[in-house]
Design a protein around this ligand. Structure first.
Ligand SMILES: [Zn+2]
Length: 201
């Protein structure tokens, strides 16, 4: 259900590159990052100790393995267990920890640097300019605001009320009509002055 929810706003965009376009992490990558951080803490800081007790027998021991830079941080995997067990924290996270493409990252001991390197590896690179907007000085924040308005997922009252935000009513507090994209861009009296430079062009 969660992946479907995360896709819902994305699919209305043309093409299939909405994750790249919006600079969103996929849920799977977010899950990997969230799970590897505590494992990193257990691995390097042996904290909390009751979880380190579980990890201790899985730490590399053979001389051959410890001599190889890529392998010396690899953990032993749980060889047996039901399919359900393999999806639990330790077996599933160790599989990600051992990934070949993470070998440089998992050798980083500093927690902050590790997280940063992981995010850099997994986050999609923000795409180049699109919709013919801002060909020069591409500005991701402006693009993000426009995208939020296009998807009716902006902080405007009407959009928030649509998604049942607690304590939010759809109306504009100044004009007492629904504060949606049209109202915000074209008619709201609060932004009359900001609109003037555009109306002259
Ligand atoms: Zn208004």
């Amino acid at each position: 259900m969660l992946p479907a929810l995360s896709l819902e706003p994305g699919v209305v965009l043309p093409g299939n590159n909405f994750f790249d376009e919006l600079g969103w992490d996929s849920l799977n990558n977010r899950r990997i990052m969230r799970k590897l951080s505590p494992l990193h803490e257990i691995y390097y800081y042996k904290f909390p100790s009751y979880l380190d007790d579980i990890l201790a027998p899985l730490r590399p021991t053979s001389r051959r393995q410890l001599a190889l830079p890529d392998d010396k941080t690899k953990l032993k995997i749980f060889p047996i267990g039901t399919e359900y067990f393999q999806k639990t924290f330790f077996p599933s996270t160790i599989k990600d920890w051992n990934r070949q493409d993470f070998s440089n990252i998992r050798s980083i001991e500093c927690k902050a640097t590790f997280k940063e390197a992981l995010a850099k590896k997994l986050r999609p690179v923000k795409s180049s300019p699109c919709y013919g907007l801002m060909d020069h000085n591409y500005d991701h924040t402006r693009m993000r605001h426009i995208t939020m308005l296009r998807l009716n997922l902006s902080p405007l009252h009407a959009h928030k009320a649509n998604h049942n935000f607690v304590g939010i009513t759809a109306d504009c507090s100044v004009c007492s009509v629904p504060k949606d994209t049209n109202h915000f861009l074209l008619t709201c009296t609060s932004f009359r002055l900001s609109r003037l430079p555009c109306s002259g062009k």
